[in-house]
Ligand binder design. Structure first.
Ligand SMILES: [Zn+2]
Length: 398
């Protein structure tokens, strides 16, 4: 009798474990289908300097960096904003000259690969590129210093296809305070407010990633169109001042904007952020000794020798930040802005080929497929479309 019972329980346990495995397999299958049939957009990728490197090819798979065409295909990433990045320390005519070279590199990529990459400047273009199975290539300019205090220069960038301007990078500009610098202007100066109005008229998105909190509030108040945080995470989960407070995220969303979650490991993991605080002074010294983004990992290795191993951030923190923002403001106001190729990535998100994990994790959390599609790319297209519409109205109204 006892033996029979034992066998019966054994069969029952096997049945349940098979059922659970089957259910989990079906979620994995659903996630794959959903991810690869969705428009997946990333609003901040720093691969642009690679395009300018002699011999570096976008359509070859690389063992370093985070983004290239083969890995975008593996990760189901259909579109991106190429960051026109420049250190805030580069100013004046040199900043304009260098920015034009970065922009030219993106133009050249689209010209060299017309069957694979489409230069897009409108929401409709993005949808067209997706339809044709091409990468939607847009440009976002990371730092207001590149306009060299000139609205005509800004208009020229817009004419060349730039579709967002991050008001500051890590240093203040002459007209806006950055979160990475000492407050100087109490947010935006009068000229800074002019820049926001001009962006609105041009149909270029106002980007508040990197800016000081007061600059954010000023920009939000002035802007006649919804605004974007192209690569920012949630400060309540990781205390970095580059991240947004709940109050800021709510205000951004209330005006139709979108927060695009940044994957940078210390922006998403508070233990790592605190470790970064502890090692800050030594990091500054090392950054002078080893300048440039390519030395990020080298600097971290040196710091670990002095301060012990840094806490490891998991890719699952990205999902925590998405989930927090969605719980706060709903799925219409959250998207993806990885900072790939410009930052150290968390464990498990070593490059863009790992992106389908995010879709699967959201599905496992019970997110509706329609909401996941919005987060993956729908919200970015909607936002750009609304900014275009607002620009038309503003231009027509004058
Ligand atoms: Zn950045």
């Amino acid at each position: 009798m006892q033996k029979k019972l034992f066998v019966a329980f054994g069969c029952l346990a096997l049945f349940f474990s098979l059922a659970v495995a089957q259910q989990s397999d079906s979620i994995a299958e659903r996630a794959k289908k959903l991810h690869f049939s969705s428009l997946v957009m990333d609003t901040h990728i720093d691969v642009t300097p690679n395009l300018q490197r002699e011999g570096w090819k976008f359509d070859e798979r690389h063992t370093t960096g985070h983004v290239d065409l083969p890995r975008m295909k593996e990760g189901g990433l259909n579109g991106l904003f190429f960051s026109i990045y420049m250190s805030g320390a580069v100013t004046g005519p040199k900043a304009v000259n260098d920015a034009l070279q970065r922009i030219a590199a993106v133009h050249k990529l689209a010209e060299d690969m017309p069957d694979k990459v489409m230069l897009c400047t409108t929401a409709a273009d993005i949808l067209q590129a997706q339809k044709q199975g091409k990468i939607a290539a847009l440009m976002g300019m990371e730092g207001g210093h590149m306009i060299n205090n000139s609205l005509p220069v800004l208009r020229m960038y817009a004419a060349l296809g730039v579709r967002y301007l991050t008001l500051t990078h890590s240093l203040n500009t002459d007209w806006a305070d950055s979160s990475g610098d000492q407050p100087k202007h109490n947010g935006l100066t009068d000229f800074g407010k002019e820049v926001v109005r001009e962006l609105n008229k041009l149909g270029v998105m106002v980007d508040v990633s990197h800016v000081a909190d007061k600059t954010f509030w000023d920009a939000l108040e002035i802007s006649k169109a919804p605004i974007i945080a192209s690569h920012s995470s949630c400060r309540v989960l990781s205390g970095h001042p580059r991240n947004m407070t709940d109050e800021m995220i709510k205000a951004l969303a209330a005006k139709g904007g979108v927060i695009q979650i940044n994957y940078l490991d210390s922006y998403i993991d508070n233990d790592l952020y605190l470790w970064g605080q502890k090692t800050q002074a030594a990091r500054r010294e090392l950054a002078q000794k080893y300048p440039g983004r390519e030395n990020f990992m080298k600097i971290r290795e040196e710091l670990e020798k002095q301060f012990g191993t840094a806490p490891k951030a998991s890719w699952e923190r990205i999902v925590d930040h998405i989930d927090h923002a969605v719980k706060l403001v709903g799925a219409d106001h959250v998207g993806l802005g990885s900072d790939f190729d410009g930052a150290t990535m968390p464990v498990g998100m070593e490059d863009c080929s790992h992106l389908p994990k995010i879709t699967e994790a959201l599905l496992r959390k019970g997110y509706k497929e329609a909401d996941i599609r919005k987060i993956l790319g729908g919200n970015t297209v909607r936002l750009l479309g609304e900014v275009e519409k607002a620009a038309k109205q503003l231009r027509g109204a004058k």
